[in-house]
Design a protein around this ligand. Structure first.
Ligand code: COA
Length: 192
């Protein structure tokens, strides 16, 4: 998601699953490769992300699962039946004070609130499990759904940016930030 990365992640040895009412976010496993390849093979997803190529092969999915790098990656699955509906991750910034949130969901599963539910849970996890000061996320200016997810989680647009997307090329983005103080206030208020 960004070239700025840490040698070690604050979540590196964290084996925990993240749970919400409808979702379980667990480690990605080799058996997820076919489903990740199928869902992430949708060009609509690649066009909105930084690092997903198109076409996206089974070998790409296997390589991603084998080497997620310094990113804290989780498969987002349904409590009801265990189906994988997407992937989310936290990538540490090299200053150790911030992480970048990223996510994608299979098109079959859009519009059911999973994106917001998972993003909110990841934000909570990031602030509760580490001493980072900020979670940030970057979405393309044309990505109204992701912008809405971020706004619903309490993020605020900080600045415009540029992303070199493997699939979409050089594109304009909006960078969203949620700092610890704002997150704490939102939690105390109980609205998020
Ligand atoms: C962005 C994405 C994660 C959203 O996932 P999702 O599970 O459909 O999201 P949710 O159902 O939680 O909520 C989406 C919100 O965006 C809104 N939305 C969806 N499409 C929209 C559009 N074209 N214009 C405006 N709002 C839109 C929904 O109405 C909903 O808001 P609401 O609850 O106020 O009605 C999903 O579309 C996706 O994976 N897209 C491709 C990859 C991607 O964009 N990743 C993020 C990169 S920054």
């Amino acid at each position: 998601m960004t070239e700025d990365s840490l040698d070690t992640s604050p979540f590196e040895n964290d084996e925990r699953r993240i749970r919400t009412t409808r979702l379980v976010m667990r480690k990605v496993i080799a058996a997820d490769a076919a489903e990740i390849a199928r869902q992430a093979g949708d060009k609509q997803i690649a066009m909105m992300t930084a690092r997903i190529p198109h076409p996206y092969s089974l070998a790409d999915a296997k390589a991603f699962i084998a080497k997620p790098g310094d990113e804290f990656v989780r498969a987002v699955t349904l409590v009801s039946n265990g189906c994988l509906v997407g992937v989310a991750g936290l990538k540490p910034h090299r200053d150790g004070r911030a992480v970048e949130l990223g996510y994608w969901f299979g098109a079959d599963h859009w519009g059911r609130g999973y994106g917001t539910e998972a993003a909110q849970a990841f934000v909570d996890f990031a602030f509760v499990s580490s001493d980072i000061e900020c979670v940030w996320a970057r979405c393309r200016v044309i990505n109204a759904a992701s912008r809405r997810v971020l706004e619903k989680c309490g993020f605020q647009m900080r600045r415009m940016g540029i992303l070199d997307s493997v699939c979409a090329g050089r594109v304009s983005t909006e960078d969203y930030h949620l700092d610890r103080g704002a997150w704490t206030a939102l939690k105390a208020w109980g609205g998020k």
